[in-house]
Write a protein that binds this ligand. Structure first.
Ligand code: DAH
Length: 341
């Protein structure tokens, strides 16, 4: 009887079925009502008492081994079946829709502005976010005591007041003039940093897009025409622009550009605060000092420059009232711009 049980134990260990049916037959053969185990139990009753202990233990071992082996094999067969089923998939189930990302509204607007200016022959120039005083201020004709250099506005890197996070993309104008001789026609998008309290209309990190055009005989009228074209392309055919005198150290004369409010058509509404106009950028004729600082002959060449906040353009274009939404990256906000792709 011992021999028989040991043989059965070996059989159980070695058994590897190809199908669930084969496994089930094996289970019935060993553990079923008329199976080997029950036969052994019947025989067990007839063995002399002194053999009962050893035999009983062996039969129990066989029972446990067979039950465990059969359970493991059943799981393995089920896993294999699941795998092959999922490879094909249930053809009757509805398809699962893939969630695709969308471009960030700031990228969308940036790309659109770059596209508009590329039609006027502008290429894209970029520059570093960590800059030095020369490229952000000095080469742009900022006097040493100008408030923009102040600790309140500018983030300085470590303790060196010469190294700072650029406060505007105008620094890329300087870098472009260093490497390129006129004619120059570039737009320069990028991130800028200012030490400002975060609110619905201001952030310490935001995006600007700068433009620079230098050639012989470039006039204020050329600038106005280019910016008018830009405004119509971005805000619609019926958009008008107006220019108000302003001041920037690197342009002379300088102007602030407004577009007619596209919400009320210029009649006056809460968005334009009743004025019918929305401020969108600064611009001006490049100051001869700036041309000379950057090795360009101001007697031969003239040019214009402009700079705008991309968040501001995007807010006006999409009617977004809180600038912070652009930085929170809430998918429910970002998804709304899918259509604009
Ligand atoms: N750099 C200015 C700012 O950050 C914007 C600006 C104004 C850029 C006039 C220009 C310009 O190129 O001509 O406020």
């Amino acid at each position: 009887m011992i021999e028989k049980i040991e043989k059965l134990l070996q059989q159980v260990e070695a058994f590897t079925p190809q199908s669930a049916a084969e496994l089930e037959n094996f289970r019935i053969k060993i553990l079923g009502k008329k199976g080997e185990l029950n036969a052994l139990m019947a025989e067990f009753k007839t063995v002399p008492a002194e053999q009962k202990r050893e035999l009983g233990q062996l039969i129990n071992r066989l029972k446990t081994a067979a039950t465990e082996r059969i359970n493991t094999l059943r799981e393995q067969l089920q896993d294999a079946a699941d795998e092959s089923a999922s490879a094909i998939g249930d053809m009757t189930r509805p398809g699962s829709s893939e969630h695709i990302g969308s471009r960030h509204p700031i990228s969308l607007v940036k790309n659109e502005i770059v596209e508009v200016f590329s039609r006027l022959g502008y290429t894209v120039a970029e520059g570093p976010e960590i800059e030095d005083d020369w490229h952000v201020f000095s080469a742009l004709n900022f006097p040493p005591e100008h408030p923009a250099r102040d600790m309140q506005d500018t983030f300085f890197v470590e303790k060196n007041p010469d190294i700072l996070l650029r406060t505007h993309t105008s620094s890329i104008q300087v870098r472009t003039m260093e490497h390129q001789k006129p004619p120059i026609r570039v737009v320069c998008p990028g991130r800028v940093f200012r030490n400002e309290a975060i609110s619905y209309r201001a952030h310490c990190i935001f995006h600007q897009l700068e433009g620079l055009y230098i050639d012989e005989g470039v006039s204020f009228a050329d600038m106005k025409q280019s910016l008018q074209y830009f405004a119509k392309e971005i805000f619609g055919e019926n958009t008008a622009i107006r220019m108000r005198p302003s001041y920037f150290p690197f342009t002379e004369p300088s102007a602030e550009v407004d577009v007619s409010c596209n919400l009320c058509g210029g009649k006056g509404c809460p968005v334009c605060k009743g004025t019918g106009w929305l401020e969108i950028m600064g611009c001006g004729m490049v100051d001869p000092n700036v041309l000379e600082s950057n090795g360009i002959d101001s007697k031969k060449y003239s040019g214009f420059a402009f700079g705008m906040g991309i968040e501001r353009i995007a807010m006006l274009k999409y009617g977004v009232k809180d600038l912070r939404l652009y930085f929170e990256n809430d998918v429910r906000f970002l998804e709304q711009f899918n259509k604009a792709l």
